[in-house]
Design a protein around this ligand. Structure first.
Ligand code: C2E
Ligand code: MG
Ligand code: MG
Ligand code: MG
Length: 282
């Protein structure tokens, strides 16, 4: 799965191929108990539309509070969860938690938003994914159009026919589908166009170089216009600077997620943020 995890995890991959360090084995051991010990929480990062100034969605991002190590970053433990298969129960827990939260926001009378949940490669390839998603929606009472599932571009293109079958099942249910980290998988939009997608999330690495590398600016401009032609929403991930925002605005990219607007927030802080936005618009 190292390929699916992106280039940052190469080091980890080589480690697992040989022998694991005692630290890693320890981490794996505690990861096995983390769910039942209640050590996970979900943070929520707002997605904003700059044309309306409104929050249109929140991305659910998993956090692990380790009893001794403190907060462990997802880029450290998600690959481990993926490799051990623990990502299946953990991912299901995230999905359920996120759906319950979005339903709670709706029931509190807040303006409806989409909750976006990441699916790892192994989760995406589990045989009964659509059934599990349907069950969780039914149990939590969240309507499918308020859930968006994210898979990375690399996961999507690994077996395009398989991806298409699974996404069509989810699409039939009414769930929204997004390609995450778009631009890092070196696919072409003409291939992705075969998939029933709603949203392309352009990878943070492009946004980072947007204002310093004119080639990257051209690529992003082309992606934005192609997405528009295909009728897809395009979300810019990792917007940190005013200059990045200005450039994106100038090419009519309106949907963004990044520290410039909000960092990932605890459930309480996310609720407050949604509430203050409602009072602003009243
Ligand atoms: P991702 O899905 O691409 O999520 C976006 C990541 O970028 C998040 O990191 C977010 O905090 C970070 N980010 C957003 N805006 C900015 C910005 O302006 N600047 C910077 N420097 N970073 C920004 P996070 O929460 O550490 O998650 C990292 C990755 O771990 C995620 O990337 C996703 O691939 C994975 N992940 C997180 N939660 C889950 C989960 O519940 N399930 C699965 N399968 N994977 C998850
Ligand atoms: Mg994501
Ligand atoms: Mg991403
Ligand atoms: Mg990522």
């Amino acid at each position: 799965y190292a390929k699916d995890q992106g280039r940052n995890n190469y080091q980890y991959y080589t480690t697992t191929l040989s022998t694991k360090t005692p630290e890693l084995l320890n981490l794996e051991k505690s990861l096995r108990c983390a769910l039942e010990r209640g050590e996970f929480t979900v943070y929520y990062q707002p997605q904003v539309n700059i044309a309306t100034g409104q929050i249109t969605g929140m991305e659910a991002l998993l956090r692990w509070q380790h009893p001794e190590m403190g907060l462990v970053a997802p880029n450290t433990f998600i690959p481990l969860a993926e490799e051990t298969g623990l990502i299946i129960p953990i991912g299901e827990w995230v999905l359920r938690t996120a759906c319950i939260q979005n339903r709670a926001w709706q029931q509190a009378g807040l303006p409806p938003i989409i909750i976006a949940v990441n699916l790892s490669p192994k989760q995406f390839r589990q045989p009964k994914l659509a059934e599990i998603v349907a069950k969780i929606l039914q149990e939590t009472g969240l309507e499918p159009q308020f859930l968006e599932l994210e898979i990375t571009e690399t996961t999507a293109i690994e077996d395009l026919e398989f991806t298409r079958t699974v996404l069509l099942d989810l699409e039939k249910m009414g769930v929204h589908l997004a390609i995450d980290d778009f631009g890092t998988g070196h696919s072409s939009l003409s291939r992705l166009q075969l998939l029933p997608l709603h949203n392309l999330k352009i990878d943070r690495s492009f946004i980072k170089e947007l204002t310093t590398d004119v080639k990257v600016a051209h690529i992003v401009t082309a992606i934005v216009s192609l997405a528009r032609t295909l009728g897809l929403k395009l979300t810019a991930e990792g917007v940190e600077k005013q200059e990045e925002l200005d450039f994106l605005k100038s090419i009519h990219c309106e949907d963004m997620q990044g520290y410039l607007f909000h960092k990932p927030l605890s459930a309480d802080k996310a609720t407050e943020t949604l509430q203050s936005q409602r009072f602003k618009s009243v």
